[in-house]
Ligand binder design. Structure first.
Ligand code: AP5
Ligand code: MG
Ligand code: ZN
Length: 207
């Protein structure tokens, strides 16, 4: 199954993508994780996107589309994948339709108040891409999955969170209508406990 996860920053795309990946045994393709890996390794791409991401803006469509096109052509995507954070603009969505057949777009609908709470306490593991929240960690510095060192993402500052939400409503939100018109939109209430949200997603995917 070729699945898109839609939703505002902090709606839980990464958290849910990892759980779906483990259950369905299909890879999570997160453009944010790809950019962050390049940033960490200081590749030319990493240097190119550094300031853009720190501001909370979007990386240009041409760059992002090319990366996803190449990544989805790899063999581990042959039996399906979960796109987390792509597409994020109408241009990206239209481009994706020229080289892939998408089965569904799951939109995680979360109240803005919860989003701010989630992002301001997020901890991220650059080693395994695990996402956690400070409220559930016994040790806020160590990844409970792999033992790696947890970080606070550079774009989780209050100012950048606000900008990411602004960019989301302006550029990404219209994708809900885009996939609805295609009959591929599955809306899920993303509020509440992680396991409850996950259960709702699996229920709509199995329909
Ligand atoms: P990206 O990494 O995709 O960030 P984002 O969209 O802002 O989304 P997040 O990763 O912040 O949130 P999420 O929905 O994954 O939530 P999470 O599971 O972590 O993109 C970063 C940047 O890269 C962009 O700003 C842009 O610059 C660039 N970029 C990426 N893709 C691009 C594209 N296609 N085009 C152009 N530029 C692109 O959860 C958040 C927190 O909440 C965690 O702490 C988690 O533990 C907690 N949590 C999750 N679910 C629950 C729950 N049910 N209850 C309680 N807590 C929960
Ligand atoms: Mg994410
Ligand atoms: Zn880890």
């Amino acid at each position: 199954m070729n699945i898109i996860l839609l939703g505002a920053p902090g709606s839980g795309k990464g958290t849910m993508a990892q759980k779906i990946m483990n259950e369905l045994q299909i890879p999570q393709i997160s453009t944010g994780d790809i950019f962050r890996k390049n940033l960490k390794e200081e590749t030319p791409l990493g240097l190119q996107v550094k300031d853009i991401m720190a501001r909370g803006d979007l990386v240009p469509d041409e760059i992002t589309i090319e990366i996803v096109k190449n990544r989805l052509a790899e063999s581990d995507c042959a039996n399906g994948y979960i796109l987390d954070g792509f597409p994020r603009s109408l241009v990206q969505a239209a481009a994706l339709d020229t080289f892939q057949n998408i089965d569904c777009a799951v939109n995680l609908d979360v109240d803005e108040e919860a989003i701010v709470k989630r992002l301001s306490g997020r901890r991220f593991c650059p080693d395994c891409n695990g996402t956690f929240h400070i409220s559930t960690l016994q040790n806020a510095a160590v990844c409970p999955s792999c033992g790696g060192k947890l970080i606070i993402r550079a774009d989780d500052s209050e100012e950048t969170i606000r900008e990411r939400l602004r960019v989301y409503y302006k550029t990404t939100f219209p994708l809900i209508e885009y996939y609805s018109k295609q009959g591929k939109l599955l809306t899920v209430d993303g509020n509440g406990a992680i396991d409850d949200v996950y259960g709702r997603i699996m229920a709509v995917l199995k329909k």
